[in-house]
Write a protein of this length. Sequence first.
Length: 178
Amino acid sequence: MSDISARPPRAIIVMGVSGAGKSSVGELLAERLHCAFAEGDRLHPPANVEKMAKGIPLTDEDRWPWLDLVGEELASALRRGETLVLSCSSLKKIYRERLRKASGGELFFVFLKGTPELLQVRMGERTGHFMPTSLLQSQLATLESPEGEEGVATVDIDASLEVIVDKAYEGLTKFWSA
């Protein structure tokens, strides 16, 4: 495989619905790429977190300011010449397009894909997260699959964390070696 450190800086979003493993995969992928990881949820305004914690789905109007902050985080890293892996649900194509524009450079996505049943199990097993399992169905209903979009590596989450990260890494490096 090619030496990532010799490559130009990259902006990478690990995306999917809640429970897909965005943070876990993102952290290990960033380690593999020798770069920083940023948790997109930490950029949510308090009102968004409160709304989700109460089981109320976010609207587009709730998400726009958050997505702008995510895009700025990516753009800032690229301006500094740094690669950044960031977790962000990026559920709709219009969100991904906004993030591509805001990042100011090429933006790559790792789409973590799983069955509703597996996602429900994973959400039920995690602790300390503000997102209740009741919002999974609204996220699945909102999700517009990015499969087939340019710069998107799709990875099935029905595997170990290490295998998922390996597949994400392989999917991304195929774009970069072309």
